[in-house]
Design a protein around this ligand. Sequence first.
Ligand code: PBE
Length: 305
Amino acid sequence: MKLSRKFLLIGGLAAVLALSACGQAANKNGNNNTSGNGEAASVGKKVNYQIIGIDPGAGIMKATDEAIKQYDLKDWKLVEGSSAAMTAMLDKSIKKKEPIIITGWTPHWMFSKYDLKFLDDPKKVYGDAEEIHTIARKGLKEKQPVAYEFLNRFEWTSDEMGEIMSAIQDGKDPEAAAKEWADSHGDRVDSWTKDLTPVNGEQLKLSYVAWDSEIASTNLLKYVLESKLGYKVTALQVEAGPMWTGVASGDVDAMAAAWLPLTHADYWAKYKDQVEDLGANMTGVRTGLVVPAYVDIKSIEDLNK
Ligand code: PBE
């Protein structure tokens, strides 16, 4: 009887000590802004431990699942949606100056419209600098040599893409924005189409996903193929999986939306033998977790607090 009471007492004392140690640690973190820990905990709570994602087929969704594993973000959920829904939520949060965590990438107009930052990714789950590649169906070179050569030459910069993206964001129809850009950048268009003899209304199919970056590039390709090279182009807006399978099966002639080596690594591994890689049309692109600059955390590691 006496003995067990003593144990209870000791046990109780240990619990009190442990609790007070916890309390101290919490206070310390809460008061210490430079550590970011207290801030991170409240950011998690404020955003309901949700990362706002996009369409489930996007490579960035797979990378974010991986980030949740590798950074041990057990409490966190990745929310599926679309690019448009994600940017709408971003806009709403920024207007209220509330925290939000999204899956983001550059080039994207959101970085010129808002003050945003990528969270550091010390484990490099989102890779290093990525490239956007143009991918053609096998046999396009023989069947449509003019389109093939144009697509093979096509490469531009993220600033150039940004001009079309911002025009679309400002309310311009994507086809009109692409036309306006091409018409005012004749030298760039010439560098891709020089000495190519236009065809006579032949059909060409491109596939793309409704990611803002790819809406810009695909509309530009369609406009140049039609206005300079005589093609009749169908731009099929699909999900990421069908975008790849379309080219692999030969139903689609090409797409300019392959983010490599990491973002679309799974698709590439699956289809690389059934497609032709025409190389990078843009270099130095990036994906990751993005927050408004006023959110006081720095790294994905800060989410695990
Ligand atoms: N993105 C934009 C795509 C590729 C282009 C980064 C959202 C993705 O994650 O698959």
